[in-house]
Design a protein around this ligand. Structure first.
Ligand SMILES: [Zn+2]
Length: 404
């Protein structure tokens, strides 16, 4: 079964660079992009989706989320907006709620957030554990995450749980040993919250090393709350990504620019904690690869919206709309070391976000407006006509005989 998507006013392919085509079309076959080119020269297909001049871009790749949890922290958010500082300590509130929740409760919340993200154009999600912090709970959270994505990350080293508060090194030993053994079958990645007062450089190195030994690939929460060794630890370990990068020294920027480690920026966290934004401009100008992700979690960034992150990156972090859209698609794919997503070259997975707008620029130009009108995931349209743009324009049609 093949599908021709035509009438594309502006097609962002990310192949190469932003790869913008106008008056374009593409053909999807078996869930993959089979052809891309000018609308006028589009080949026939079994079905046709005419998007009526809309902009089409690769589905967003959200390479950093914490979606397996229970409870919410609205009261903590309100207190923070009333002037209390964010310290990361509230993670323990979510740990208590998550440990107490059964699988069906966690699964329902995860499914709801995944649907919410998909409706906003996110077709790939990374999901971390980190709200269990016991051997059984970390394995349980990763099993649940694995039900919705192959991009699962073991984050047993998210925070030292209260029961280990006076002996954090014993907790690191647990994470590197029994907990890792239980978690590794369900995880692709290993991650640590490397931050002053949470896990220091040596503890972070130990967890990453143990994870790599168990066949996982490293990524790191680095330099969110203050300057520190996180970026250097990430680059040394060959991490696919150093995430947050809010407080960077010149050496940190040089280290990222001179390495394959992607700088994943999470502006939803700065927005929701009323913190200074990372210096995206300095990273880009130095030649670092930048990704954007939501950090969706109930404490410091309870948004699943990649369009919001794009708008913040443009308005608050001096990224151009083109840089921000690339970072939210191809950048995320780089941060997950994936070549089949984040672009719309021939052979790529047919993950598309179709906008009710003529250009990708509108994602930043019209902040807060739900512009994603249709999403194709593995080539399959996932929004009904009623929830997308006007039905006639978004409905997939079978060509009448003779029309081809
Ligand atoms: Zn995070």
């Amino acid at each position: 079964m093949s599908l021709l998507v035509r009438g594309i006013g502006e097609l962002v392919t990310n192949d190469p660079a932003l790869g913008v085509l106008h008056e374009a079309a593409l053909v999807v076959s078996d869930g993959r992009i089979a052809w891309v080119g000018a609308d006028a020269g589009a080949p026939a297909a079994d079905e046709v989706l005419d998007v009526g001049g809309a902009a089409v871009l690769p589905g967003f790749v959200d390479s950093h989320t914490h979606l397996v949890f229970a409870g919410d922290r609205a009261a903590e958010f309100a207190a923070r907006m009333a002037g209390q500082p964010y310290t990361g300590g509230g993670i323990r509130t979510t740990v208590a709620a998550t440990r107490a929740a059964d699988n069906d409760v966690l699964r329902a919340r995860l499914a709801q957030l995944r649907r919410e993200a998909l409706r906003q154009g996110t077709t790939t999600l990374e999901v971390k554990s980190g709200y269990g912090l016991t051997v059984a709970d970390e394995a349980r959270l990763l099993r649940l995450a694995r039900e919705v994505t192959p991009e699962t990350t073991f984050l047993g080293a998210h925070v030292v749980p209260v029961e280990y508060a006076d002996r954090p090194d014993d907790y690191v030993d647990l994470v590197c040993g029994e907990m890792l053994r239980a978690a590794a079958p369900y995880a692709r990645w290993v991650d640590v919250f490397c931050e002053r007062g949470v896990f220091d450089a040596d503890q972070s190195r130990a967890v990453l090393k143990a994870g790599i030994g168990a066949g996982l690939r490293p990524r790191l929460h680095a330099n969110q709350l203050g300057p520190g060794p996180g970026i250097q630890v990430a680059v040394e370990a060959g991490a696919a990504s150093a995430d947050h990068c809010t407080h960077l020294s010149t050496m940190d920027i040089e280290a990222l620019a001179g390495s394959d480690t992607v700088a994943t920026l999470l502006p939803g966290a700065e927005f929701s904690t009323r913190s200074p934004y990372p210096d995206a401009r300095a990273l880009l100008d130095a030649g670092a690869t930048v990704a954007l992700a939501t950090d969706c979690n109930p404490g410091s960034s309870y948004t699943s919206s990649m369009p919001l992150c794009i708008a913040l990156a443009v308005r608050e972090m001096r990224m151009t709309p083109a840089e921000a859209v690339w970072a939210a698609t191809a950048g995320g794919a780089r941060a997950l070391r994936r070549t089949d997503i984040g672009h719309l070259g021939v052979g790529a997975r047919a993950d598309l976000a179709i906008l009710d707008a003529p250009s990708h620029v509108h994602l930043a130009y019209r902040p807060g407006v739900p512009l994603v009108s249709q999403v194709l995931h593995n080539g399959v349209p996932i929004l009904s006509a009623a929830s997308g743009r006007s039905g006639a324009e978004s409905a997939v049609k079978r060509p009448e005989s003779g029309e081809q």
